[in-house]
Design a binder for this molecule. Structure first.
Ligand code: PGA
Length: 253
């Protein structure tokens, strides 16, 4: 069985005090475990603090995006070596909000995935269709294309350690979750694409998360599905009680 991975994507929420209070609140709730990977992706200014604060807790830290270059004249950007130098282990790449508002494309996502692996960061590669695409029965084509492009020229060895997050855009922040069956169907399609790109054993190793209005009330059913190995959670990851419930669902699959 693949180890479940529950990741909280805080987006652009919380002050530093709130972020620290969140980790303090988790300290009393989350027990050490090797049954699931629990990740928090806070806003960039808090990454270093939360890496330090989460030591000794079953929580690892991820960034929400990064630039593909190591350094250069790219005002406002954050490089992979900056992230790895402060102990960040994961990076969310190609989130639909980055694609929509910051012009990220399949090609730039692929460059970032390559760079993440070069610098020992585990990418959480986001893919997903819009409502229009779903209603036009284009989900499988769109998502397959995104996966193929994101993994272009990525070695088998690296690919096997990647995380893919299937996040239908119409389910993000809307309260509208895909049914567990629909979400699983697309996750299984993603695994089939990965089997074609690599091999059955590599595709079986890659963890595929579902994201889009995941909350304590629906996570168990999602995680019970054959091809859903975790969740990427926005809104419901902001509250320590709710995040703990999500993390526990991952531990108890
Ligand atoms: P949501 O966001 O859980 O608030 O729908 C998910 C995401 O954007 O990763």
């Amino acid at each position: 069985m693949r180890k479940p991975i529950i990741a909280g994507n805080w987006k652009m929420y919380k002050t530093l005090d709130e972020a620290v209070a969140f980790i303090d609140a988790l300290a009393g709730k989350l027990k050490e475990t090797d049954k699931a990977d629990i990740v928090i992706c806070p806003p960039a200014p808090y990454l270093a603090t939360l890496v330090e604060k989460s030591k000794g807790l079953p929580v690892r830290i991820g960034a929400q995006t990064m630039h593909e270059e190591v350094e250069g004249a790219f005002t406002g950007e954050i490089s992979p070596t900056m992230l790895s130098s402060i102990g960040v282990e994961f990076v969310v790449l190609g989130h639909s909000e980055r694609r929509q508002y910051y012009n990220e494309t399949d090609e730039s996502v692929n460059r970032k995935v390559k760079s993440a692996f070069e610098h020992k960061l585990t990418p959480i590669v986001c893919v997903g269709e819009s409502l229009e695409q779903r209603e036009g029965n284009a989900t499988a084509d769109i998502v397959s294309d995104q996966v193929k492009k994101a993994f272009s020229e990525i070695s088998e060895k690296d690919a096997a350690t990647a995380i893919v997050a299937y996040e239908p855009i119409w389910a993000i922040g809307t309260g509208r979750t895909a049914t567990a069956e629909d979400a699983n169907e697309v996750c299984a399609q993603i695994r089939a694409v990965l089997t074609d790109l690599y091999s059955d054993s590599v595709a079986q190793a890659i963890r595929i998360q579902y994201g889009g209005s995941v909350k304590p009330g629906n996570i168990k059913e999602l995680l019970s599905m054959s091809d859903i190995d975790g969740a990427l959670v926005g809104g419901a990851s902001l509250d320590p009680e709710s995040f703990t419930a999500l993390a526990e669902a991952g531990v108890n699959v």
